[in-house]
Every structure is written in C-alpha cells, then in structure tokens.
Design a protein around this ligand. Structure first.
Ligand code: NAD
Length: 237
C-alpha cells in the first residue's frame, strides 16, 4: 500500500455536487457560456469590477447550496486512514470550492485560491467572505474601502503553494489526478513531473484528459462512483 499519496483534483470532482466544470469535450463548460478574458483576469477586474464581482457572487451563492458528494467523502476517509497507518495524503485542488473541507478533509492546498475568501489588495489580508462582495466593502483588517477582490487566482497570475506541491511530488509514491481536463498549466504538468521522479500515475476522470497519454493507469466514469471504489481498493491492498 502506498504511504504517500499525492492527489490533484479538478472541477470534475465537484460536477455531481452541481458545480459546473469549466471545460468539457462537448462545449458545455462555464467558459463556453462566459468569456474568461472578460471575467477572470486582473485586467477585466480593473476595467469592470462590478461585472467581475457579480460573476463571483453568483458562483458563491451556487456553492453555498451545493453539498460534497461521495468522491469528496472518500478522499477525506483516505486521508484519515492513511494517517492512521503512518502514511500521508497530499490533496491539491484546482477547485475554489470548499467541498473537500466540508466532506472532512483536513489539509487541502487550494492552488487557485478559495471562493469563500476575499483578498485585500492594500494589506494582503485574506478574510473569510461567504456573502456578496461589492466595490464599497471595507477590508476588516486595514479598513480601506474598495480594495477587496475575490481570493481566486486569475488567468496570468501565479498559482499558490507551488513549493509545497513540488516537495510533495518528490516524496510521493503514487500520483492520482481526479476530474481534471489536463488543459490548465502548471497543474496539467504535475503528472509529467511525478513521472520524472519515478512516481506511478493514475487518471480518474469521466473521459480521457488532454494529457491522458502521460498516465500509467486510467479509470473512467463519474467521480462519485470511481473514487469511492478506488479508495476502497487502495485501503484493502
Ligand atoms: P475542467 O473544467 O477543465 O475539466 C473538468 C474535467 O472533469 C473534465 O476532464 C471532465 O471530463 C471531468 N468531469 C466532468 N464531470 C465529471 C464527473 N462527474 N466525474 C469525474 N470527472 C468529471 O476542470 P479543471 O481541469 O479543474 O480546470 C481548470 C480550472 O477550472 C481550474 O482553474 C479551476 O480553478 C476551475 N474550476 C473550478 C471549479 C470549482 O471550484 N468547483 C469549477 C469550475 C472550474
């Protein structure tokens, strides 16, 4: 049984919780309906902050109605049981939702930030922000008004926790990517990095990702079924 499992999750793990994915092969992702350059870049926010904030307000309201599914619950169980056997799970997510935490995962690295937090562009405070965010809101830490933005990593910005991620990839003895299209870098490159470190790799996805050829093993199907089955198998091995 692997002792140090590295898991990368993407929007596909939250799809059955009712949160839309960004891309799929049938052109139905969120970015097929909205233009990312108009909504998820620092330039878009500078140009039209009200429009960008309204987009994230809608995503936040949607998230507050969503619930974790069996795949999130299975990964929380894997973390607990690995710890009980002297092992470790590094869970890195591209998702900005909090469904891993609500399912019971204790340590989650959100490389693209968190929807339920805001970030102050004046003092770098990151207050918890479950409600709508307006251009008039004041930062609870420095009290400056109009400096808060969603704590999400936009296109063209540097993802978070990259040093911790690189360290965990080196230490891993199994790399698994779940529900991610393999189209957004640097996350899409983690599988190649893991392979370069000699770590076996597995893809769990609805359908083959863009980088499917990089994986040693693949399991296809809805995450709420494939992930609990895979966890059960790992814990029994
Ligand atoms: P993506 O939208 O590009 O790809 C989704 C992947 O999930 C696809 O490979 C698709 O086949 C698969 N999928 C769809 N339904 C599934 C299911 N039921 N079970 C298993 N797999 C399923 O997602 P990504 O690779 O994470 O894209 C990158 C960007 O999307 C990230 O920057 C992330 O921040 C953002 N995003 C996050 C959320 C969220 O927080 N829930 C939602 C949408 C997009």
């Amino acid at each position: 049984m692997s002792k140090h499992v590295f898991i990368l999750t993407g929007a596909g793990i939250s799809a059955e919780s009712g949160l839309g994915t960004f891309r799929d092969k049938h052109g139905e992702g969120i970015w097929a309906r909205f233009d990312p350059m108009e909504l998820a870049t620092p330039q878009a926010f500078a140009r039209d902050p009200k429009r960008v904030l309204a987009f994230y307000d809608a995503r936040r309201r949607n998230l507050l109605e969503a619930k974790p599914n069996a795949a999130h619950v299975a990964l929380a169980r894997l973390e607990r049981e690995l710890a009980g056997r002297g092992g470790e799970l590094t869970l890195v997510t591209q998702n900005i939702d909090d469904l891993h935490e609500r399912a019971g995962s204790k340590r989650v690295l959100h490389m693209h930030g968190e929807l339920l937090k805001a970030r102050c562009q004046n003092c770098d405070a990151v207050p918890v922000w479950p409600g709508d965010l307006t251009v008039e809101d004041a930062c609870p830490a420095c009290e400056s008004a109009g400096a808060l933005r969603p704590d999400v990593v936009w296109f063209g910005e540097m993802p978070l926790h990259l040093d911790d991620i690189d360290r965990a990839l080196r230490d891993a003895d199994l790399f698994v990517a779940i529900g991610t299209s393999g189209a957004v870098y640097p996350a899409a490159g983690f599988v190649a990095e893991a392979r370069a470190y000699g770590v076996p790799t597995c893809e769990i996805n609805l359908e083959a990702a863009d980088n499917a050829y990089c994986f040693d093993e693949a399991r296809y199907g809805p995450a709420s079924e494939t992930v609990p089955a895979w966890v059960e198998e790992k814990l029994a091995s």
